[in-house]
Write a protein that binds this ligand. Structure first.
Ligand SMILES: NC(=O)c1ccc[n+]([C@@H]2O[C@H](COP(=O)([O-])OP(=O)(O)OC[C@H]3O[C@@H](n4cnc5c(N)ncnc54)[C@H](OP(=O)(O)O)[C@@H]3O)[C@@H](O)[C@H]2O)c1
Length: 333
């Protein structure tokens, strides 16, 4: 089979399509012929050895896929060849075939495309865990979402609305603001591009505060970090929850006196570790997502589909801050 491989640390231009041995399903495992693979920011990081873990090379990036079951290993009872499925793979998604545990598979609902199916689990799975388990978001809360037109950002807008919050979406361009409004944001803020000096940081905090109303935000969802984090934290409400999701703009340092002044919590979010430690809790969240999807409350927004031989371009677009919603690579027809 062919895979888009990282053989040495580097940017997307270092990835090459090469032959790899076909995977074989062991006991409790399934081989999936991959149709589509969605790109996520961890793909930008992992090929440069900047992610939380460093897979052994060669490996293919790509953490969530959809496809068709090709073969099943001993003891597999729930799936059979020909079934349309979707799953998280953490990596190796940009390959023609992947082997996954049966327990990690979900059925792709009838009528949904492979592109949509590849775009649900990681972004919405992260975000439902963040908003419910870490953020305790309630109906009537005001939620601020940074980087709101990105993959997890759009998921946070949709889920925030589905859970009855007022959602303020902050983004870096008018085009991204339009995408955020289309996803249901009640209000949008267009912020400047970092780095910020002290005055710019203060002005951004005022912008966030003005959109919050006098009670501030009960929950802030931050998949951006960098110079955006401190102004956002300054706009949080009394006993608010600040959700630390990711750092494409850099890892920020926060003055802890701000947490005392608002009696607020800064909460780390690590969905992959949560799913491994609490598989039942994670499965309940994913079942909830499938219900919201069926009811039309959420819908993965695939904005661009790349052919397999241009998979690296999809990762490059995300690295350059150019992605709106989900970028998906069509691995096979
Ligand atoms: N904690 C977890 O469990 C978990 C799970 C999944 C993803 N994540 C993390 O969440 C973050 C977002 O992932 P994603 O897949 O949604 O990515 P994405 O679609 O690229 O969204 C990231 C957003 O960050 C903003 N941004 C600000 N500065 C940037 C820069 N220098 N380069 C690129 N983007 C920049 C961009 O929005 P604006 O241009 O509007 O600012 C962009 O839309 C990543 O850090 C990822 O690792 C964490």
């Amino acid at each position: 089979m062919r895979a888009l491989l990282s053989k040495a640390p580097g940017g997307p231009e270092t990835l090459t399509i090469d032959e790899m041995p076909d995977p074989v399903a062991g006991a409790g495992e399934v081989v999936v012929a991959v149709k589509a693979c969605a790109i996520n920011y961890p793909d930008v990081l992992v090929i440069e050895d900047k992610y939380q873990f460093r897979p052994q090379r060669p490996f293919a990036p790509g953490g969530e896929i959809s496809g068709v079951v090709e073969s099943v290993g001993e003891g597999v009872t729930e799936f059979a060849p020909g079934d349309r499925v979707m799953c998280n793979t953490s990596m190796n998604g940009l390959s023609e075939r992947v082997v996954v545990r049966e327990a990690a598979l979900y059925r792709l609902p009838d009528g949904r495309t492979f592109e949509e199916g590849a775009s649900l689990l990681l972004t919405y799975g992260t975000t439902i865990h963040a908003l419910i388990d870490r953020g305790h978001l309630k109906e009537g809360d005001t939620l601020l979402v940074l980087g709101a037109a990105g993959g997890v950002g759009l998921a946070a807008i949709e889920l925030g609305k589905a859970f009855g919050a007022r959602v303020v979406a902050a983004v870096s361009s008018d085009e991204k603001a339009a995408a955020a409004r289309e996803a249901g944001a009640d209000e949008t803020i267009v912020y400047a591009r970092a780095p910020f000096d002290k005055d710019q940081s203060k002005a951004l905090a005022e912008q966030f505060k003005a959109a919050a109303g006098k009670e501030g935000y009960q929950v802030i969802y931050d998949p951006v970090g960098g110079d955006y984090a401190e102004p956002a934290l300054r706009s949080i409400g009394w006993e608010g929850r600040y959700l630390v999701v990711g750092f494409p703009a850099g890892i920020p340092k926060l003055p802890l006196n701000l947490t005392l002044l608002k009696s607020c919590d800064v909460c780390g979010v690590f969905w992959g570790a949560f799913a491994a430690r609490d598989p039942e809790g994670n499965r309940a969240h994913i079942d909830h997502l499938f219900r919201l999807w069926a009811d039309g409350k959420i819908a993965p927004r695939v904005t661009e589909v790349f052919p397999f031989n241009r998979g690296g371009d999809a990762i490059a677009k995300m690295a350059a801050r150019g992605a709106i919603g989900k970028l998906v690579v069509r691995v096979a027809d």
